[in-house]
Design a protein around this ligand. Structure first.
Ligand code: FEO
Length: 401
């Protein structure tokens, strides 16, 4: 049975939710599912914007058929070829073999790589600024390379201001009947998932996202229709402001994230005592994480939010504790920058993690490392308290500037 929502008078959401997928891209945990959004425009011609993941293919096809109501499918616009959006292409071609695909030249190459043997006469390639008129609606195409793959583009309906934004403005989490961001308490229910989606999926490509935001700023956008998560029709500035922060790597909030790697609880205890000392100094916007039990996608997400970072790690095989090393590698891979950091190292006979973490941070852009670090010999001793006080003082002073 079909399950669709109306976006505008003649535009329908025909996507589907997936509650069974446990790891998005086989890496990022999903606890509340994910939606694959596809949109169908009923103009003089019928136009489908992207398909959906094969996992929800049956629901998706039922939705398309129901909205078409026996009309033919004339066009399929492919904004993004990643298989979570394009893998139902073959099913579309089987059912509507006359459909004309509109996409970028790079997308055609990638679609063929993924095993869709498209013939030249099945495809209309579009480039920056090209337009197509489907009756009442004229769609303009803008390239969005690396948001999130190189072939990506966005489509803008110049008639009513609908932006089909591909992965931009997307989010983890299933829609579950609702569709518009204003149908949720987005800040409470969705923002963390939206941030974790952006930072881990697109976070590396801040400059490319800024280029897209620059193009978008020249458009009269009334709706944002992403490929995952809710559609925006109100308070567009709210989500655009988040994207400005995330894509420029500017923290959303002054606050301190304390991430520790502890084998027997001594580094953990030190991190907890530091958090108490920060609270004593009025710094309560803090988050304390065990790197071993927190999926790195959550650490990355919060790090895009907060201004300050404390890393406390034991030394392991004369190196950084592996989960902490993985976190640092992900920070570097995702281009994280502009944070103020403090380091705590622990080692029972050869503490080395502090110097090695410093090297990692110095390999990132615009990171400030405060001098007030700390070396522990197995555990926190009474003589370390003055150093920990000095560290808390320095962090509090930095946060309050
Ligand atoms: Fe949701 Fe880059 O695909």
């Amino acid at each position: 049975m079909y399950n669709v929502r109306k976006v505008t008078d003649d535009l329908y959401w025909v996507g589907a939710n997936d509650h069974r997928l446990s790891l998005f891209e086989n890496i990022h945990p999903l606890y509340h599912g994910v939606s694959y959004n596809s949109y169908l425009l009923l103009d003089e011609k019928t136009v489908l914007f992207d398909t959906a993941d094969w996992a929800v293919g049956r629901q998706f096809i039922e939705n398309v058929k129901a909205v078409l109501d026996s009309r033919p499918l004339d066009y399929l616009v492919i904004n993004h070829v990643e298989p979570d959006h394009a893998s139902s292409l073959e099913e579309i071609l089987l059912r509507w073999p006359q459909v004309k695909i509109i996409t970028t030249p790079k997308a055609v190459i990638l679609l063929r790589q993924f095993g869709f043997p498209l013939e030249a006469d099945q495809v209309e390639e579009v480039r920056e600024g090209d337009t197509r008129c489907f009756g009442k609606h004229t769609i303009a195409f803008a390239m969005a390379p690396m948001v999130h793959w190189p072939e990506a583009m966005v489509s803008f309906d110049t008639t009513n201001g609908v932006l089909f934004s591909a992965d931009a403005f997307g989010s983890f989490r299933a829609l579950d009947g609702k569709l518009f961001a204003d149908e949720f308490d987005f800040d409470r229910e969705w923002l963390n998932d939206a941030r974790r989606y952006y930072t881990n999926i697109v976070g590396k490509y801040g400059p490319q996202v800024q280029s897209l935001l620059k193009k978008a700023s020249k458009l009269d956008i009334q709706y944002i229709c992403p490929l995952h998560g809710p559609v925006w029709r109100k308070d567009l500035d709210y989500i655009i402001d988040k994207y400005v922060h995330w894509s420029t790597y500017e923290p959303e909030e002054k606050g301190v994230m304390i991430v520790y790697a502890s084998m027997y609880g001594n580094t953990e205890q030190t991190a907890e005592i530091l958090t108490s000392k920060l609270a004593d100094r009025g710094v309560t916007n803090t988050r304390l994480y065990d790197v071993s039990s927190t999926h790195v996608s959550y650490l990355i997400s919060d790090l895009f939010k907060y201004s300050h970072l404390v890393l406390a790690s034991v030394t392991y095989n004369l190196g950084i504790f592996p989960p902490m090393h993985n976190f640092l590698a992900d920070m570097k891979a995702l281009n994280l920058q502009k944070r103020t950091c403090v380091l705590v190292e622990n080692g029972s006979w050869a503490p080395r993690s502090g110097g090695l973490m410093r090297e990692c941070l110095e390999g990132m852009k615009n990171m400030t490392i405060l001098d007030e670090g700390l070396t522990l010999s197995s555990s926190l001793h009474s003589q370390n308290h003055s150093d920990l006080d000095a560290m808390a003082d320095a962090i509090a002073a930095s946060v309050n500037t």
